[in-house]
Design a protein around this ligand. Sequence first.
Ligand code: C2E
Ligand code: MG
Ligand code: MG
Ligand code: MG
Length: 292
Amino acid sequence: QAKEAGKNRIHLYDTEFDVEVRVQRELVERIEHALSEREFLLFYQPKVDLRRGRVIGVEALIRWQDPDRGLLPPSAFLPQIQNHLVSQKIDQWVLSEAVAQLMLWHAIGLDLSISVNVSGLSLQTHDFMNTLAKLLAAHPEINRSRLEIEVLETVALDDIEHISGIISRRQAEGIRFALDDFGTGYASLRYLKHLPADVLKIDQSFVRDMLNDEEDRVIVEGVIGLSRAFKREVVAEGVETLEHYLCLMELGCDFAQGFGIARPMPASEFLPWLENWLPPTEWVRHESGYNA
Ligand code: C2E
Ligand code: MG
Ligand code: MG
Ligand code: MG
């Protein structure tokens, strides 16, 4: 009897597993096709220096312009393939696209940085690092410190010694690293000490509620304090309103990013946006010395 039930259960798992595998295989095929048809594109979300009231760079965020389903956000396809080889192909495409964009801005005299999100898997593979090395070798005119790699805090904590080693080897070549969604992975102080990342990106969930949730505000303040103590830079994500912006400025946060400043946009919209952008007037009034 028990054996019978066990058999059934195994059978059930098999079926679910089969379905999952089939769905993933179909998605992978569509992604391979999309890569060859150039259906992916990067949107760019500006990042602002809160002290100077200046745009210093962008984060590159992938989108899929699917002819059948329209413009898809990463949540529609990245989670399903995160452990699949094809996600590394995507990360390599993103990297080369971002470097090409840096070249274009460099060519017109714009000194901006680009951050790219890289999966934990890619970070640990030779293919990705080879692509990176080749791109940098092919474009010596690119200032390497203008390329930043974002790694999820949770990924970095997964195998901290290994990831720290990878990060510091690339840092030696001038590339910068950020810990993304910081605060969601519970990096203890001891870990942070051993993680050589240049930047902490405060997760947007804390920033969003910091104005009415005392605990979230304390977390935001805490991360800003940590970043100072450990001599890292700190970026707040999810800055949706002027109140967020001004509060983060008061708290001494270095940089901000969020819908309240700009939504992610295609490269073609970025330059016109940049030309028109001004820091909030409240900020200008606040900084009496703002003339420079
Ligand atoms: P992330 O790296 O933390 O990126 C920030 C996400 O928050 C982006 O969503 C952005 O559009 C959104 N966001 C920015 N400001 C605000 C705001 O003020 N309010 C709210 N509610 N949201 C805001 P997106 O583009 O859908 O990306 C989601 C995640 O997908 C990213 O989170 C990142 O982990 C991943 N991702 C995006 N592009 C890539 C990529 O090229 N490669 C890899 N491996 N992952 C990527
Ligand atoms: Mg990111
Ligand atoms: Mg994030
Ligand atoms: Mg996120």
